[in-house]
Design a protein around this ligand. Sequence first.
Ligand SMILES: [Zn+2]
Length: 464
Amino acid sequence: MSRLLVLLIAVACVHPLAAQKTVNWETLKPEILNDYRGLVQLDTTSGHETRAVDFLRKLLEGEGIPTETFALEPDRGNLVARLKGSGSKRPLLILAHTDVVGVLREKWPVDPFSAAMKDGYIWGRGSKDDKPVLTANLIAMLLLKRLGVQLDRDVIFLAESGEEADPAGVGINYMVREHFDKIDAEFAMTEGGGATINGARVEMVNIGTAEKLPARVRLVASGTAGHGSVPRMDNALIHLSAAVEKVGRWETPMRLNDTTRTYFEKLAGISSPEKAAQYKALFNSKTAASAQQYLRENDPSLYSMLRTSVVPTMLKAGVGPNVIPSEAEATLDVRALPGEDLPKFFAEMAKVIGDPAVKIVPIPQTRPPSPASRLDTDMYRVMEQVAKAVYPGAAVLPSMSTGASDQAQLRAKGIQSYGVGPASTGEDALNYPAHGDVERLAESSLYPFVQYVWGVVTEIAAQK
Ligand SMILES: [Zn+2]
C-alpha cells in the first residue's frame, strides 16, 4: 500500500530502470487540462469522430507511439495504439468513445464546443461523456512512454467511434467483428463507473462491473376493424390498454447477483440509518418486499438494479376518430439482468397479460447479452486499492448500470471489463449530467481521475 501511495502521489518507482523517473502531478496539470480542453473543443457529434482520431494521432505519434486507424466510414474512424509488454501477462485495453450526443445551442450559457472555464468548471458537450476517460487514457499512454515504464502486459489504447449512435456498426461492433486481434485483452477499463462527492470529499467510488441488456418488445393487439359508432368487445385498443396496465404494474422477481449484493451491502455502510435499514432489509425474505416498495417509491434507479424491468414507452394505434383500428401496439423498454432467461421471462409476461389477442414481439437487440465482470480478479482488486489511495476515506463499490454501453460487446467476448468515471457532486450529476441540456465537469475532478487511471494502468501492467 505504501508503495502504491508513493507511486500515485509523488514518485513513480515502477521499475528499477524507471526508478528515478517521477510523475509530478502539479507540473502535469497544464498538459492534462490542455489535452482535455482540446478534445472537448472538437465537435465530435456522431459522424465526425475522425476529428478526435486526428487530434490523438498527432499527440501519440509526436511522442513516438505508433498508431493504427480502422474506419468503416472515413469520418467515423477508430484509433488503436499499443505499447508492448514482455508478454508474460495478457494485454490491458483502455478505451473511450470519441463521439458525443448532439446539442441544443439555445440551452447553453456558453458555446458547447468552447470548453469554457467558468466557476471552477469546464463546460462543454463531452466534458463528462466521455472525454475525461479519453484524456486519462491518453495521458497514461504518454506517461508510460515518456517514463520508459517496462510492462508485463501490452497496454492497448482504443479511441472508438459510434458509442452513442451506431446504426451502421462503425465503432465497437466493427472493431470486435473485423479487428478483434487488435484489441483482444484480459482486462478492459472504460466509462461506466464514477464517484460521488459529498461536502469536500469523495465519499463513494463506483467500479462498473455489470450492465443490463436492452431487450425491448412490441405488444401487438389485434381485433376487428369497424365504424366508431359501433362498440365492439374485441377492440384492439381496449385489449392493448389492459395489457399495458398489467405489465406496467407487474412486480418482476427480484434477483441479486455478486455485484448488486455487494453494492447494497456496502451502500448500507455509508448511508443514513433509515436508508441503511432498507438496503439491509433486501437480504431478509421477511422484509424484502417492503424494502423493494420503499425503493420503488423513493429511488427507482436502485429499484431497477434489483430486477429485469419493464417500462411502457410508446403507443401506436388508430387512423381517425371514427375508425376502430384492427391493430394497436405498444413498445416496452425491457432491461434484462445479466443471465436473464428471456424466453422464459416473456412466457411469464404472456401469463401476466393473460390475453391471446395480445402478442409479444421481440425487437432485435442491438447489443449482445453480457455476463457481469468478476469481483475476484487482479484488476478489480487493483482498481479498489488505487481508488482508496487516490480518494482517501471513500467507500469503493462495484456497480451495475441500468443502461447499456460498449462494455457489453467486450464482456460478451470474454474480456473482464470495468467502468470508471470522474467524481461529481450529486447536485451536479443531476443538473449537468451526461446527455443533459448542459454538461460540465469540475476542474478539480479531472486531475485525481487522471491519477486514478494512471495508478490502475501501472499497477496492473507495469513489471513488478
Ligand atoms: Zn459515454
